[in-house]
Design a binder for this molecule. Sequence first.
Ligand code: FAD
Length: 315
Amino acid sequence: MAEVLVVVDHAAGVVRKPTAEMLTIARRLGEPSAVFIGPGAETAKDLLARYGAHKIYAVSDPEVTEYLVAPQAEILADLVEKTSPVAVLIPSNPAGKEVAARLAIKTNSGLITDAVDVQAGPETTQSVFAGSYTVKAKATTGTAIITVKPNSAAPEQSPAPGAYEEVSVTLSDAAKAAKITASEPKKASGRPELTEAAIVVSGGRGTGGDFSPVEGFADVLGAAVGASRAAVDAGWYPHTSQVGQTGKQVSPQLYVAAGISGAIQHRAGMQTSKTIVAINKDEEAPIFELVDFGVVGDLFQVLPQATDAVKAKKG
Ligand code: FAD
């Protein structure tokens, strides 16, 4: 069966959820092989095998992580040449998309970004123009290079051999053109990453700058916290938490919008969420046009009650 290369999404060696999602998707297309670039592959190999990796290509040469993304594209281009995969699945984050674009050029292949589903073919589904169109696409040249958005599949285990292979690399001078001079990990909030979270609770201008009810509800649900642009522009929440056209695009199982009016630019980042709930004291707020459940009320009363109710249910 043809190989499908899955580029492992990890942070300092810790495998992130989109990897398991992509391995699950890869099994629809062929035999998944995980490509682990950076330190930590040894520790991750059991997990990768559990989610269906028949092979694990480990590139642990520390030199590779000293540069920006160019070496990754070079390594993947070599692997594509050696293995002739049916597709390469890459996490749809800014670095992943840059790697994918470089890889597509190097291998003269078709590139599809931000897929929300991939089926045999491989045929991808994308949600475009703020979710108002669904597009199906196929790469017609070379190997299908596809970046896959988080939450595009429910991860399913399917144990496979996970044959471990160390891949040695010799980087070209071009791949070493931009060197990392310093890097500092983000301070951990204890909450899931916004774009990967199964539940997102967002606050807007209606919070008046007090995000504590939003955070309280998010924490009881194990959710990430998002914010509208009005809230981040006011300095109430970090810009990295902005959801929308010029912020992050999220597609969780559940999205809760509290004190957010539902401007088109906000919708662009969240309207593909599976279930949408809004709390707004104005019953005419446009957000109510797209919700599955709407609560007309003051978020400072509704959210604490909802938090207590979830706590009580959990016992
Ligand atoms: P508002 O529109 O002011 O709405 C606040 C809501 O809170 C109101 O509906 C009000 O009824 C309700 N409310 C007030 N008090 C309470 C309370 N106590 N309890 C419950 N409800 C209450 N916006 C984004 O979010 N993301 C983007 O990426 C983005 N990109 C943009 C790009 C461009 C080019 C432009 C022009 C705009 C962009 N915007 C974006 C801004 C967008 O147009 C809106 O201005 C913004 O989303 C409004 O944020 P909001 O809903 O929090 O505030």
